[in-house]
Design a protein around this ligand. Structure first.
Ligand SMILES: NC(=O)c1ccc[n+]([C@@H]2O[C@H](COP(=O)([O-])OP(=O)(O)OC[C@H]3O[C@@H](n4cnc5c(N)ncnc54)[C@H](O)[C@@H]3O)[C@@H](O)[C@H]2O)c1
Ligand SMILES: O=C(O)C[C@H](O)C(=O)O
Length: 334
C-alpha cells in the first residue's frame, strides 16, 4: 500500500500532477489538499479506473491532518507562481509561510514521509521545510527533496532540439546541478549522454546553457500573466515521485539530480563541497535513491572550464537563498 499526497492539489501544477499520480499503478491511495476546490478535483479523479483511492480535503475540520494521515510521499506545489517581471525570490514572502505551515502539518502527522518540494523559490523553501522538521525533532535529510527535475527535462528536450531529433529526448540525460533559479541552475552539457554536434561553438554552448537556466522565464513570458510552467512541471514532479517510489520498492541504480541537504550522505556531501569549494549545506547533486530516500550523493565529476565558472557563480547566490530560508524560520514563531 502506498499513499501519495499532493498539497496545493487544485492548482495549475496540482491538478495535472494529481492526475499523473492517480494513474500511477504504484500508488494505492491519493490524498489531495488545497484551500479551494479539492473535493471537486478528488471526485473527478476518483472516476478514473486506476487503483488509487482518492480523497480531497479543505482546511476546516483538520483537513490537512486528514489528508496527510498515513502518507508515504508528499508533493508540495502549493503557493503563488510568477508573473512577467518577477523573479522566483519575489515569491518567497508568500510561499515561505505557506510551505512552513504545510511542513508543520507533515512533521506532526507523517514525519517519515518523503517530502518533495516544488513551491518556489526551491533554494529557500527546502531549507524552510528542513528547519521546521528540525524544530519538531523529526529531521531526516534523506527524505526531503527540492524538485529540480524540470531543469533536467528541459535540458534533455533542448539538446534533442539541437540535434534535430526530438524522438531521442527521453533517452538523453544531462545532469543539471546547483539549485533551481537563474544562475544557480547549472546544466553540465559536457556530461550530456548525447554529444552536441561537432563544431558546436562555445557561444552556442553558452546560449543553450542560458536557455536551460531561464527556461522558466520562457514559459512565464508566453503565458503573459497567467502563471508559470504547470504541465511540464506536473510531468517532471510525477517522474521524480515515481523514481522515489521505485527506489523504495527496491529498484537499484536510480540516480536523479535533486536539491538536498548534503548531510544526507555525509561522505558524498563533503566530496561535493570540496568540488564546489564551499561549505554550502544544500546543493542539487546527482542523488542515488534507495529504500530510505537519498542513498548516495554522487560527485559532480569532470566539468569544463566554462562549467566550473558557472558553479562558481552559482555558489554565492545559493548561499543567499539558503540563508533566506533559514532566517525565515529562525526569525518567526512556529
Ligand atoms: N520547482 C519547479 O521546478 C517549479 C516549476 C513550476 C512552478 N513551480 C512553483 O510551484 C508553485 C505553484 O505553481 P502553480 O502554477 O501550480 O500555481 P497555482 O496558483 O496555479 O496553484 C497553487 C495552488 O496552491 C494553493 N494554495 C495556496 N495556499 C495554500 C495553502 N496554504 N495550502 C494548500 N494549498 C494552497 C492554491 O489554492 C492553488 O490551488 C509556485 O510557487 C511556482 O513558482 C515550481
Ligand atoms: O519559472 C518559474 O517561476 C516556474 C518554475 O520554477 C520553472 O522553472 O518553470
Amino acid at each position: 500500500m502506498t499513499k501519495a499526497v499532493v498539497l496545493g492539489a487544485a492548482g495549475g501544477i496540482g491538478q495535472p500532477l494529481s492526475l499523473l499520480l492517480k494513474v500511477n499503478p504504484l500508488i494505492t491511495e491519493l490524498g489531495l489538499y488545497d484551500i479551494v476546490n479539492t473535493p471537486g478535483v478528488a471526485a473527478d479523479l476518483s472516476h478514473i479506473d486506476s487503483p488509487a483511492k482518492v480523497e480531497g480535503y479543505l482546511p476546516p475540520d483538520d483537513g490537512l491532518a486528514k489528508t496527510l494521515k498515513g502518507a508515504d510521499i508528499v508533493v508540495i506545489p502549493a503557493g503563488v507562481p510568477r508573473k512577467p517581471g518577477m523573479t522566483r525570490d519575489d515569491l518567497f514572502k508568500i510561499n515561505a509561510g505557506i510551505v512552513r505551515d504545510l511542513a508543520t502539518g507533515i512533521a506532526k502527522t507523517c514525519p517519515k514521509a518523503f517530502v518533495l518540494v516544488i513551491s518556489n523559490p526551491v533554494n529557500s523553501t527546502v531549507p524552510v521545510v528542513v528547519e521546521v522538521f528540525k524544530q519538531h525533532g523529526v529531521f531526516d535529510p534523506k527524505r526531503i527533496f527540492g524538485v529540480t527535475t524540470l531543469d533536467v527535462v528541459r535540458a534533455s528536450t533542448f539538446v534533442a532540439e539541437v540535434i534535430g531529433d526530438l524522438a531521442k529526448a527521453p533517452s538523453i540525460s544531462v545532469p543539471v546541478i546547483g539549485g533551481h533559479s537563474g544562475v544557480t541552475i547549472v546544466p553540465l552539457l559536457s556530461q550530456s549522454s548525447q554529444p552536441l554536434p561537432s563544431g558546436y561553438s562555445q557561444e552556442q554552448i553558452a546560449a543553450l546553457t542560458n536557455r536551460v537556466q531561464f527556461g522558466g522565464d520562457e514559459v512565464v513570458k508566453a503565458k503573459d500573466g497567467a502563471g508559470s510552467a504547470t504541465l511540464s512541471m506536473a510531468y517532471a514532479g510525477a517522474e521524480f515521485a515515481e523514481k522515489v517510489l521505485r527506489a523504495v520498492k527496491g529498484e537499484k541504480g536510480i540516480i536523479a539530480p535533486s536539491f538536498v541537504h548534503l548531510s544526507a550522505d555525509a561522505a558524498g556531501g563533503k566530496a561535493v563541497q570540496s568540488e564546489i569549494g564551499s561549505t554550502l549545506d544544500y546543493f542539487s547533486a546527482r542523488v542515488e535513491l534507495g529504500p530510505g530516500g537519498v542513498e548516495k550523493i554522487h560527485p559532480i565529476g569532470e566539468v569544463s572550464e566554462y562549467e566550473q565558472g558557472l558553479i562558481k557563480a552559482a555558489v554565492p547566490e545559493l548561499a543567499k537563498n539558503i540563508d533566506a530560508g533559514n532566517a525565515f524560520i529562525h526569525g518567526s514563531k512556529l
